[in-house]
Design a protein around this ligand. Structure first.
Ligand code: F0G
Length: 459
């Protein structure tokens, strides 16, 4: 039986949740072109589109909002954030950014360009797009276990270090301005990366003098998995683990909208003083002055407090436990998911869920439509719509290995009965899966097409 871990908080303020009829949902979905990104939130009952910027802030964070010192330069909230960044990550040189892709944009506009390659365990879509937009190549090098949905490897997010070395030899050190590891590895299921793998990646990169950057969005969840799963870390605190992990990094980008427990914000840090100077100059052009970086100072305060709250073990046990609970309930009903579940989301395996829909008809997208129609649940496709690559010369399309539907769980927002409802809706869709039809894409843009694409049913 699935076990639910007690929330280590009680609820002080509530927000009404829309409840709709099936007829209304059919209409909303048609108007949305069978793309959940086009749905208004008033049409959505349970919103699992993303765990990004959707957290509930604590009373302590809200109190911090009132203590915003809105000075353009040198706000006290900036100094507080600086102290927290130093304490958790051990970095002196950092800037706030408006969100994760703000950090990516600033970093990659400086270090990448045509002919360059940025390896990662798996790039998130905005990271890849920010690299490709500058004419550089983004390469994914996750271990093979990461792409096998039922392989219960404890660290499926790991970098394939041997493949990384091969890539370095192929494209040449001069063409790799930096290499990254994303923790947790969102695109393959929110899977963690072990500290041994981080260390091995660092050792390899150090031999070739290539800087090592971490995409740190969900670093606290990753550190919790290290504590629970990696030999030798059971008695270490989350902060101690984070300190060690980031000691191997030459820099990091972070969307603070995840493990920063805020609704907006990001960070960019480096150990390279010359690069930091360039970062500050670029930041002033596109984000803002280095002591606020595109954020209100009250937001810096909420972030400083949120970063500390996210390292709390009781919170992380509940957080990862909630994801594991939903996964367990679905497995009990025979629903195919990525196993083991990751830190922030349960991923449905659409290839096994809807084997009658070919990849050319976007099975994962079709599943997101079915979940919405059945119960007003908004989940997101991570499959062919997001990642298929079209060869410009031949027009041939290469589909990704995995067709997943991500149920990303906002932090501190939904309760056990919300999750029970979700499990019941998905089970119902699974029991009637033969009736789900594929989709035909009728509109797409060149980059990040999943946000704006429109479809019709193949009925
Ligand atoms: N890196 C990773 C691993 C991410 O998951 C995200 C965002 C970003 C970078 C970009 O950060 O949104 O603050 O600009 N992920 C969200 C998601 C959008 O739904 O997974 P951002």
């Amino acid at each position: 039986m699935a076990h639910y871990i007690l929330e280590p908080f009680k609820i002080k303020s509530v927000e009404a949740m829309p409840v709709t009829t099936r007829d209304a949902r059919v209409q909303f979905m048609r108007e949305a072109g069978y793309n959940i990104f086009h749905l208004p939130s008033r049409a959505v009952t349970i919103d699992f589109l993303t765990d990004s910027g959707t957290s509930a802030m604590s009373d302590h964070q809200w109190a911090g909002i009132m203590e915003g010192d809105e000075a353009y330069a040198g706000s006290r909230n900036y100094y507080h954030l600086r102290d927290v960044v130093k304490d958790i990550f051990g970095f002196d040189l950092f800037v706030p950014t408006h969100q994760g892709r703000g950090a990516e944009q600033v970093l990659f506009s400086i270090v990448t360009g045509p002919g360059k390659t940025i390896p990662n365990n798996t790039h998130f879509d905005t990271t890849r797009a920010n690299i490709e937009a500058r004419g550089a190549a983004a390469r994914d090098l996750v271990i093979p276990e990461g792409l096998a949905p039922t392989n219960r490897h404890p660290f499926k997010g790991n970098m394939d270090v041997a493949a990384l070395e091969k890539l370095i030899q192929q494209v040449g050190v001069a063409n790799i301005p930096l290499a990254m590891t994303t923790i947790t590895n969102n695109a393959v299921g929110g899977q963690p990366v072990s500290i041994a793998n981080i260390r091995a990646t660092k050792e390899l990169l150090a031999r070739y003098q290539i800087p090592f950057y971490i995409d740190a969005c969900r670093y606290a969840e990753n550190c919790y998995f290290i504590q629970q799963r990696e030999p030798g870390y059971r008695d270490k605190s989350i902060k101690e683990i984070a300190r060690e992990l980031f000691s191997y990094a030459d820099g990091f980008t972070m969307s603070a909208k995840k493990d920063g427990l805020v609704n907006i914000g990001g960070l960019l840090a480096t150990r390279d003083p010359a690069l930091f100077e360039q970062i500050q100059n670029r930041l002033i052009l596109t984000e803002g002055f280095p002591t606020y970086g595109g954020l209100a100072r009250r937001d810096l305060e909420a972030l400083a407090r949120g970063l500390v709250e996210a390292t709390d073990e009781k919170y992380l046990a509940y957080r990862t436990g909630q994801v594991a609970y939903l996964a367990e309930r679905l497995l009990e009903s025979g629903v195919p998911i990525v196993e083991p579940p990751g830190g922030h989301a349960v991923f449905l395996d659409a290839k096994r869920f809807l084997p009658h829909i070919p990849q050319t008809q976007f099975p994962a997208q079709a599943l997101t439509v079915a979940l919405y129609l059945e119960g007003g649940i908004r989940a997101v496709e991570i499959g062919g719509v997001m990642f298929a690559q079209k060869d410009a010369a031949t027009g041939n399309v290469t589909y990704p290995m995995l067709e997943l539907v991500r149920l990303a769980i906002p932090r501190r927002v939904y309760t056990q009965s919300h999750l029970d409802y979700v499990a019941e809706v998905i089970t119902k869709v699974y029991e009637t899966r033969e009736s789900v039809r594929g989709l035909k894409m009728v509109y797409e843009q060149a980059r990040l097409r999943h946000f704006t694409a429109r479809f019709v049913s193949t009925n």
